[in-house]
Write a protein that binds this ligand. Structure first.
Ligand code: PLP
Ligand code: SF4
Length: 369
């Protein structure tokens, strides 16, 4: 089948020389061999509910991998998404309750999310905002963006703005520079953070103009931090690593956030390889998120106890640079908290017991003599 823009259909062996478009429908996925042709109708039903996008870099990285492949599982829809469980919620982390003006989420005293637009370059099948993101979801109008920035300017407690969405780096360099400039003009802001999927999904978007736009706060004596969403070492393709390097080389610190996902990265060796690959690409692993209760994502969830066990395994044998904080966004809008294993056990008589990475416990302070 030929996509409407007249580009040639995909073959199972992508041709490196021709620019390949983003796959956006069940038909596109079938045409390039990512789903079986006989599944097209069923996956089209999933697409009616949740947007599909697999950009060329990721389609290529998936290659001929099927449902057991960690990249396939992240980006290719399945009918499991049509099953919603009772504990799942449309707004799993309670953004709605903390939205004083459109495009702003103000849950914590010193920082807000600013969501200029709601499209993403790839639609992750486990997305925590899957009911809010998608190609049909509107971006902020110029007036709404003005009102959002005015809100930030009027609240001196706000020290940090986190551009989120949707994908902030899908904005043109000109529009991003404009937003960064206006934020940099707010005296009480110390930092602008950008939460992005672009480095692994559309690395080519991170060009010199976009990097210059990201640097705007730095040139105005404030900080820019970029936080890259990345769940598996294989997402760090050569183009993705080059995109990250363009930002780091420009003096922009880059951190990562990873979602713990069943069948994708829920084993110690996979997480260790991911965190090492990130650090090697000069990215500091920041958060390992316990998956949120987004609709149709039960097949991705792992128990908290399993996550704690995994995280505990890495402590000791693996470099401290490779240790993100394991966090849970408490459903209902109560905030993010660390849920990693506890190494400290308080005793009633005031003596503290501390576990070591090899599983022994020790008194602190040690017994005299
Ligand atoms: C996750 C989140 C933040 C950022 O939290 P940090 O712990 O500073 O990374 C800020 N605001 C909202 C609403 C969030 O969900
Ligand atoms: S990039 Fe983020 S917001 Fe977009 S689909 Fe993936 S998880 Fe959701």
């Amino acid at each position: 089948m030929t996509p409407p823009d007249g580009t040639p259909p995909h073959s199972a062996q992508p041709d490196e020389r021709k620019p390949r478009p983003t796959l956006r429908s069940a038909g596109d996925l079938a045409a390039c061999g990512l789903i079986a042709p006989s599944d097209t109708a069923a996956i089209a039903r999933v697409a009616e509910r949740y947007a599909i996008a697999v950009p060329p870099t990721l389609a290529h990285a998936i290659g001929s991998g099927g449902p057991s492949d960690p990249l396939w599982r992240q980006f290719v829809p399945t009918t499991a998404e049509l099953t919603t469980t009772p504990e799942e919620r449309v707004d799993p982390i309670g953004d709605e309750a903390h939205a004083p003006v459109k495009g702003i989420v103000h849950r914590y005293r010193d920082r807000v999310l600013l969501k200029p637009q709601h499209a993403c370059p790839v639609y992750c099948r486990f997305c925590f905002r899957r009911e809010a993101v998608g190609p049909g979801k509107e971006a902020l109008t110029a007036a709404e963006l003005d009102a959002a920035i005015a809100y930030i300017g009027a609240h001196p407690d706000i020290w940090e703005v986190i551009l989120s969405g949707g994908e902030p780096l899908l904005l043109s360099a000109r529009r991003l520079a404009d937003i960064m400039q206006r934020l940099s003009n707010i005296p009480h802001l110390g930092a602008v953070r950008v939460h992005t999927r672009a480095p692994t999904a559309v690395p080519e978007a991170i060009d010199a103009d976009l990097v210059a736009a990201l640097r705007t706060p730095i040139d105005r004596d404030k900080a820019t931090f970029v936080v890259v969403h990345c769940n598996h070492a294989r997402e760090l393709t050569a183009p993705a690593r080059a995109a990250i390097a363009r930002m780091v080389d420009a003096g922009i610190p880059v951190l990562s956030q990873t979602v713990l996902l069943r069948g994708i990265n829920d084993d110690a060796a996979t997480l260790e390889a991911l965190f090492r690959a990130l650090v090697r690409a000069r990215v500091k692993p920041y958060y390992l998120h316990h998956p949120d209760l987004a609709p149709g994502t039960a097949h991705f969830r792992v128990p908290i106890a399993a996550g704690q066990k995994l995280v505990a395994t890495l402590r000791g044998p693996v470099s401290g640079l490779c240790q993100p904080a394991y966090v849970l966004d408490i459903p209902g809008g109560f905030g993010k908290v660390p849920i990693g294993p506890s190494w400290v056990h308080e005793e009633t008589d005031g003596v503290t017991r501390v576990a070591d990475p090899d599983g022994r416990t020790h008194l602190y302070p040690p017994k005299a003599g």
